[in-house]
Write a protein that binds this ligand. Structure first.
Ligand SMILES: C[S@@+](CC[C@H](N)C(=O)[O-])C[C@H]1O[C@@H](n2cnc3c(N)ncnc32)[C@H](O)[C@@H]1O
Ligand SMILES: *[C@@H]1O[C@H](CO)[C@@H](O)[C@H](O)[C@H]1NC(C)=O
Length: 193
């Protein structure tokens, strides 16, 4: 699963030095992939949002959901940065917020070596991170957090913002598009305010 980090589809056009760094740091990504980050949600439940990297099918679904969009994009819980890099290649100013510092350093390093200048990674808690500046938001979360995340979205983002949810949908909103099947399903929403 973590070998997907080395996939040329997700980290293309690396210099050989860059590739070497990815191989080195790829070991780190393997090491942290089993760590589950528990957080106390605003509703005071302990929720665990583990690091599970998006599959190639999910990345294809996210890409399809973003057709025709532009501007700033945030991946919420950006992991090793693969969704951010996919979006950067599509021309977005692509950013990630991630609590796990190893994954943040890994992503910054990968950005440097793959020369993705239109990317940024913040080591912050998603629950206190302001979503308002983003016209596009991607989330690959867990089911237990989606209700709260939906209310955070509705509070913070502007009318017309596109939200792309991977694996778990937003519980109360109607998607404008559903892409893919099973665990690789991606839902696209437009926030109306
Ligand atoms: C299911 S993974 C998705 C990773 C990436 N978006 C992808 O699709 O490949 C969720 C990520 O959220 C991170 N995470 C967990 N709790 C967080 C929090 N409170 N704030 C920010 N990131 C968090 C985890 O470390 C993990 O990398
Ligand atoms: C919200 O955005 C949509 C386009 O996504 C637009 O059609 C609608 O008029 C906007 N509503 C308001 C209140 O600005």
């Amino acid at each position: 699963m973590d070998l997907a980090v080395l996939n040329t589809e997700t980290t293309p056009k690396l210099s050989s030095k860059g590739k070497y760094m990815i191989y080195l740091t790829g070991g780190l990504a393997v090491g942290v992939s089993v760590i589950c980050i528990p957080f106390v949600s605003p509703a005071l439940r302990r929720v665990c949002l583990p690091y599970v990297p998006a599959t190639t099918e999910q990345l294809a679904g996210v890409t399809k959901a973003l057709v025709g969009r532009s501007g700033r994009l945030l991946d919420v819980g950006s992991g090793d940065g693969r969704i951010v890099f996919t979006a950067a290649k599509l021309g977005f100013q692509a950013e990630g917020v991630e609590l796990n510092s190893i994954l943040v350093y890994y992503s910054r390093l990968a950005a440097l070596f793959s020369q993705h200048m239109n990317t940024k990674f913040y080591r912050k808690d998603l629950w206190t991170f302001n979503l308002k500046p983003y016209q596009n938001i991607v989330i690959f979360g867990v089911e237990q957090m989606m209700t709260e995340f939906e209310s955070k979205l509705l509070k913070e983002v502007n009318n017309g913002t596109v939200v792309v949810a991977c694996r778990f949908p937003l519980p109360n909103m109607t998607p404008i598009e559903t892409i893919g099947h099973g665990v690789d399903t991606v839902w696209k929403y437009v926030i109306k305010k």
